[in-house]
Design a protein around this ligand. Structure first.
Ligand code: GLU
Length: 398
C-alpha cells in the first residue's frame, strides 16, 4: 500500500476538548510572557501570581531534602511528614482535628485536589452547583469528567453572596455537590459563619458534598476572618476542603497543596492518584511541610502585610478612575473592578488595555455571565509595576 502523502487528516480529538475553552487566566498570563519574550514592556495583572519569590527557608528545606537523596517517589497519599505538618497547621490555624493517616492527601496545588475529588464523587450526568462569577477552571473541569456545572449567580446587588432561594432553586435530583471558594476568586468576598450556614443547610438537607476551595485562606484583610466550612456544625462528613501554598507562600511553581476530606473520599482520591500521577514530587512536599508545619514566620507575615497595603493602593487607584468602582477585597488579592459605567464591555476594555498599553488583566466575563462588566486585576505585583500599570490604566480609561 503506498503511503498517503497528500492531504493528511489526523484522527479526531475528543468532543471534550472541542467543547473546552482555554483557561482565561493561564492563557492571558502565557500571552503576557510571550509578549515579554518578544521585547514588549508588559505590565501583567492577569493570573494570581505575586511578585515575591518563595521565602528562602522554605526553598532551603526542599533543596536540602533533594541534595540528601529525597528524590524518590513518595506514598501516593503523600509523605507522612507532610501530612503531619498539614494536620498541625489545620489544628493551629483552622480549629480542625484531622487524622493525617486517613483524612489528608498531598495534591499538586488545589487543581489536582479538585480533579481527584470530582472524579471520586461524580457519575456522568451528576450536577455540581457553582458560583457565577467563579474561578475559570471549575466548569470545564466538571465537564471533563462528564458532570454538569450549574452556575448560580452571585449578584453584585447582594454583595456577591448567594441568595438562599436561588441556591435551593438550582437543586435537582442529579445534584451531587456544591463547589465554592472563600476567600472568593474573583470578587474578594470572605464568607462569615452565618453566610456559610446557608450552604451548610442546603447541603445537609439535600445530602450533597461541599467542595470548598480555600486557597486564599491565609490572606484575609482588616477585621475579616476565614472560617472553614468543615468546622460548621455537622459539616465534617460533607466537606472536601482544598488548600495549598500557591498563593499565600508564593509557591505557585511548586504545585503543592492538599485535600482534607472524610476518609472514604481520601481513599478514593489515593486510588486515583496511584494511577494518574503516582504522587506529588518528594522534595516539594518537604518544603511545603516546612511552610505549613511552623507558625508562619515573619517572612510570610510581613509579605501578607505588604500585600494588604498593595491591595489598598491598587483598589483605591482603580476606584478613582472615571466610571470605575472598586473596593478593597475582604480577602485574597484581586481588585474586582466594576466598569459598567464606562459603557465598554469587559472583553473590549481588557483587549484595549493589552493592545494600547500592554497591560494584561482578566475580563470579568471569563468568570461567568455575572462577571460581565468587571475586570479582575491582581494587586500583589511590585510597587513599581503597580505604579506603571496605574499610569497606563489612566491613559486608557479617561
Ligand atoms: N488561580 C490563579 C488565578 O485565578 C492562577 C491561574 C490559574 O491557575 O488558573 O489567576
Amino acid at each position: 500500500m503506498p503511503m498517503k502523502t497528500d492531504s493528511v487528516h489526523p484522527p479526531e480529538l475528543t468532543q471534550r476538548i472541542h467543547a473546552a475553552p482555554e483557561s482565561a487566566t493561564v492563557r492571558i498570563a502565557d500571552l503576557a510572557k510571550t509578549l515579554r519574550r518578544q521585547g514588549e514592556d508588559v505590565v501583567d495583572f492577569s493570573a494570581g501570581r505575586a511578585a515575591e519569590d518563595t521565602p528562602k527557608p522554605i526553598c532551603r528545606t526542599a533543596s536540602d531534602a533533594m541534595m540528601n537523596g529525597d528524590t524518590h517517589q513518595t506514598m501516593a497519599q503523600g509523605k507522612p511528614e507532610y501530612r503531619e505538618a498539614v494536620a498541625k497547621k489545620l489544628k493551629r490555624e483552622n480549629a480542625i482535628d484531622a487524622d493525617p493517616e486517613t483524612e489528608i492527601i498531598a495534591t499538586f496545588g488545589c487543581k489536582n485536589g479538585l480533579t481527584l475529588s470530582l472524579l471520586s464523587i461524580l457519575n456522568p450526568g451528576d450536577e455540581v452547583i457553582l458560583e457565577d462569577p467563579g474561578f475559570v477552571s471549575y466548569a470545564p473541569t466538571i465537564q471533563f469528567f462528564g458532570g454538569v456545572p450549574v452556575p448560580v449567580p452571585l449578584r453584585p446587588e447582594n454583595d456577591h453572596r448567594w441568595k438562599e432561594e436561588e441556591l435551593r432553586a438550582a437543586i435537582t435530583d442529579r445534584t451531587k455537590a456544591i463547589l465554592f471558594c472563600s476567600p472568593h476568586n474573583p470578587t474578594g468576598v470572605v464568607h462569615t459563619p452565618e453566610e456559610l450556614d446557608v450552604i451548610c443547610r442546603v447541603a445537609q438537607e439535600n445530602n450533597l458534598y461541599v467542595i470548598s476551595d480555600e486557597i486564599y485562606e491565609r490572606v484575609v484583610w482588616g477585621a475579616h476572618q476565614h472560617t472553614c466550612i468543615s468546622t460548621r456544625p455537622g459539616m465534617k462528613a460533607y466537606s472536601i476542603t482544598l488548600m495549598g501554598l500557591t498563593k499565600t507562600a508564593s509557591m505557585g511553581g511548586w504545585r503543592v497543596g492538599f485535600t482534607y476530606a472524610p476518609a472514604p473520599v481520601i481513599r478514593a482520591m489515593v486510588t486515583l492518584q496511584q494511577h494518574l500521577a503516582t504522587c506529588v514530587s518528594s522534595f516539594t512536599q518537604m518544603g511545603a511541610a516546612h511552610a505549613f508545619g511552623e507558625e508562619p514566620g515573619t517572612d510570610l507575615t510581613n509579605m501578607w502585610k505588604e500585600w494588604e497595603r498593595r491591595c489598598e493602593y491598587m483598589t483605591s487607584e482603580l476606584d478613582s478612575l472615571p466610571g470605575v468602582s472598586c473596593s478593597m477585597p475582604e480577602g485574597g488579592f484581586y481588585g474586582w473592578a466594576d466598569i459598567r459605567q464606562t459603557g465598554e464591555s469587559s472583553e473590549a476594555l481588557a483587549e484595549r488595555l493589552l493592545k494600547e498599553q500592554h497591560v494584561a488583566v482578566v475580563p470579568g466575563s471569563a468568570f461567568g455571565e455575572q462577571g460581565a462588566g468587571f475586570l479582575r486585576i491582581t494587586c500583589v505585583k511590585s510597587d513599581q509595576e503597580l505604579e506603571k500599570g496605574v499610569e497606563r490604566l489612566k491613559r486608557v480609561i479617561k
